[in-house]
Ligand binder design. Structure first.
Ligand SMILES: Nc1nc2c(ncn2[C@@H]2O[C@H](COP(=O)(O)OP(=O)(O)OP(=O)(O)O)[C@@H](O)[C@H]2O)c(=O)[nH]1
Ligand SMILES: [Mg+2]
Length: 460
């Protein structure tokens, strides 16, 4: 999918609210003729004579036939989302009415919008940069406070302005150095190498911080992968079900019930956690169960957090110590969760309180102290960084471009160290500029844009 210049001249239309029956539906038009064409089918007022940002009551008619009574909101270019003339028609939310209205406009020469075309026009008309446009999509899909806050921060500018400013300074150096190339005979220096080094180092530290934020960003967007691990029958599936409040995983007193992962998301304190119930860890001769155990071990390595669950009625301290030792070697943060308080022996609880005072005691079966467990989970996943409003990179494309930017900036520094000739230096700077520009959209290709906007839904 790519948009030709002629297509950008079209007036486009799409349903902006979800498909299906609702109280009202909003149909959006954008393009130079949006208001003019709407005026041809709208009865009530002359829309072409109205001010921007006003709402008008009237009917939409196909010839003599009234399709619906509607409200029309007007946004006159450039004061609109797309910076073009925009009309939003609020109709009654029946799919029959929606279809009739859209058909009527198509008959009048309006074209159905492609996915993301409104946002793409907003980007092409300079409403925001590419990183911000992508944040619009993230914002629509944000389903927790944390992902919402990351997307909103980016949509409102996020790292874009900082990157743009540093990029502008780097462009200045690039042109100075290229100017020097024209004066090679005279041995002049328009661009101070020391100043250039300071700037490149500053850029590098910004870029590196953004790269580091990606892990956090990813977690915010996709949920914190949290593996529930432990011996068979520890109560892992029971815990998952209790946290979810539904009977998602099969629970039984047979050891080795769960063979494959079962996962689902839970919102704890505004953060999405992806809980993964796994096959119980033990030596087994059952082939399928053995595969499950291997998979559990793999999953544990990539988790952000492990809930190490053990059965108080059936585990001794020697075993617990051995497991904890293994977990410490794995290097993934973990919580010690003692289950089945309802049938535990007193002495093991007391021993644990002394030897492992950070143990959390729960009864998954009786749904006891799940709130305490949730509070500790939230504490362990340190999300303070995002809460202080720091910019977080959540987008793989940005991460890729940032990683390439870092490489080329390091090349510039290397070049400065080794006093390479100007043309090499200029080349490395240009390369850094290219990758930086890819993030904010100063450098784009049709393919890149098509790829980004095709992921949007129609009407956005
Ligand atoms: N008394 C008591 N029983 C529990 C508790 N939690 C789980 N159980 C029981 O322990 C048994 C095993 O529970 P599961 O949730 O299937 O255990 P699991 O860790 O998923 O076991 P595998 O899938 O075999 O690895 C079941 O009979 C549960 O009802 C609890 O807090 N108290
Ligand atoms: Mg299970």
């Amino acid at each position: 999918m790519s948009f030709s210049l002629a297509e950008r001249e079209d007036t486009i239309i799409a349903l902006a609210t979800p498909q299906g029956v609702g109280a009202i539906a909003v149909i959006r038009l954008s393009g130079k003729d949006a208001i003019k064409i709407c005026n041809e089918v709208f009865f009530g007022k002359n829309l072409e004579k109205q001010d921007s940002h006003t709402i008008h009551f009237g009917t939409i008619r196909d010839g003599e036939r009234v399709i619906d009574e509607v409200l029309v909101s007007l946004f006159v270019a450039p004061k609109s989302f797309t910076k073009e003339n925009v009309v939003e028609i609020s109709t009654h939310g029946s799919s029959y009415i929606i279809n009739q209205v859209i058909r009527l406009f198509v008959k009048k020469g309006v074209r159905l919008a492609k996915p993301g075309e409104f946002t793409q026009r907003a980007f092409l008309n300079g409403q925001f940069d590419l990183a911000q446009a992508e944040a619009v999509a993230d914002l629509i899909h944000a389903d927790s406070e944390a992902s919402h806050s990351a997307a909103l921060n980016q949509m409102r500018g996020g790292f874009s302005s900082e990157i743009q400013e540093l990029r502008a300074q780097l462009i200045h150096f690039a042109s100075m150095i290229e100017l020097e190339l024209d004066f090679t005979e005279e041995d002049v220096e328009f661009a101070s190498r020391d100043d250039l080094r300071v700037l490149v180092e500053k850029l590098l530290s910004v870029v590196e911080e953004l790269i580091l934020s990606f892990d956090l960003g990813n977690v915010i967007k996709n949920g914190v992968p949290t593996v529930i691990a432990g011996k068979p029958n520890a109560g892992k599936s029971t815990l998952l079900n209790a946290l979810l409040n539904e009977e998602k995983a099969i629970v039984s007193e047979i050891a080795g019930t769960t063979r494959d992962f079962i996962e689902d998301e839970i919102n704890i304190g505004g953060v999405i956690f992806r809980f993964i119930d796994t096959a119980g860890l033990r030596e087994t001769t059952d082939t399928i169960e053995a595969i499950g155990v291997t998979r559990t071990q793999e999953k544990m390595k990539t988790a952000s957090l492990i809930l190490y669950l053990f059965d108080l009625s059936d585990t001794d301290l020697v075993e617990i110590n051995r497991d904890i030792n293994k977990l410490e070697n794995l290097g993934v943060p973990f919580l010690k969760v003692a289950n089945k308080t309802d049938k535990a022996k007193e002495n093991i609880i007391n021993e644990l309180k002394i030897k492992h005072p950070d143990t959390i005691f729960i009864s998954a079966g009786q749904k006891e102290n799940l709130e305490g467990l949730k509070a500790r989970i939230l504490e362990l996943v340190n999300l303070d960084k995002f809460k202080t409003g720091n910019t977080v990179v959540t987008n793989v494309r940005h991460y890729d471009s940032l990683a390439r930017t870092r490489e080329s900036l390091l090349d510039v520094l290397n070049g400065l160290d080794q006093e390479v000739t100007n043309d090499f230096l200029a080349m490395d700077i240009r390369r850094s500029l290219h990758y930086l520009g890819e993030i904010t959209g100063e450098i784009t290709t049709d393919d890149l844009l098509a790829n980004i906007f095709s992921k949007f839904c129609i009407g956005k």
